[in-house]
Design a protein around this ligand. Structure first.
Ligand code: 4G4
Length: 250
């Protein structure tokens, strides 16, 4: 997977490129990550990358010419590196809410260029002319688009074949198949008198698989019923959920 990043703070991305799942994926060249910094396109003496907003008001916007030049070069490189034209993504509070389905769509959409906004954002005409899709990682305001960009890159990287050690864990990962994750347990068998559910110690893999599905369904029903509203359960799933509800009826 090829991802270009346009950011004034490329060194922030060390947080995902220097270790962990994404770090290994970049090392194994499962993912190519390249950076363009608008500041490198500044021609004035102060190398300015921000500009004043028309109409006044507090704060600045990203300077148009340096930002557009960086996006242009990232687009060109995407085409040269992959033979496909990229989807240019802008992270902002005004974007479409990102969820696992959105991540899956972006991870299979060919090369991406991710634009990280700073200051109060970017000129609307640049959004119209240079941005293909605007996305938000949630309804809150951050100081820059770099953290949202890293969230998107990490989530997408996990879906790239070969990136996760056990590919199946990506499938069974929470929010895969749209349910919340089941509870997990590891040593010691007892913590402050709390024990591991017997089924997980039984070695009965069919029972364990059923128990985990039941827990995922039950927890989704309890914590995020909205996720269940959008899906039909098969007979086995409905039976397991009914069982869970009965056991948890107050
Ligand atoms: C400075 N701001 C407010 C801004 C304004 C416009 C664009 C980008 C930014 C950068 N900040 C962001 C970016 C994304 C998200 C999100 N929810 O995905 C939250 N904050």
């Amino acid at each position: 997977m090829w991802i270009g990043v346009v950011s004034l703070f490329p060194e922030m991305f060390d947080a995902i490129t220097q270790q962990g799942v994404v770090g290994r994926a970049v090392e194994k060249q499962r993912i190519a990550l390249e950076f363009w910094n608008p500041r490198d396109y500044a021609t004035d003496r102060h190398r300015s990358v921000d500009d004043r907003p028309y109409g006044g008001g507090p704060g600045m916007l990203m300077k148009v010419d340096t930002l557009r030049a960086a996006i242009f070069d990232a687009r060109q490189r995407a085409e040269q590196a992959t033979g496909q034209s990229p989807t240019v993504i802008y992270l902002s509070p005004q974007g479409r809410k990102l969820d696992q389905q959105g991540v899956q769509a972006l991870a299979s959409a060919g090369p991406l260029v991710v634009v990280a906004g700073r200051y109060e954002g970017i000129d609307e005409r640049v959004v119209e002319s240079d941005i293909d899709e605007e996305w938000s990682i949630g309804d809150y305001v951050l100081s820059g688009g770099e953290l949202p960009a890293m969230v998107l890159i990490d989530a997408a990287a996990r879906l790239v074949p070969g990136v996760l050690g056990h590919q199946d864990s990506a499938i069974e990962d929470s929010f895969n198949d749209g349910l919340l994750d089941c509870p997990h347990y590891t040593r010691p068998e007892t913590i402050d008198g709390r024990q591991v559910p017997d089924v997980l110690l039984s070695g009965n893999h069919a029972a364990i698989k059923r128990w985990r599905l039941k827990q995922s369904l039950g927890r989704t029903w309890q914590r995020r019923p909205d996720l269940l509203a959008g899906r039909t359960l098969d007979a086995e799933q409905q039976r397991l959920l009914d069982e869970f509800i009965e056991e948890h009826a107050l």
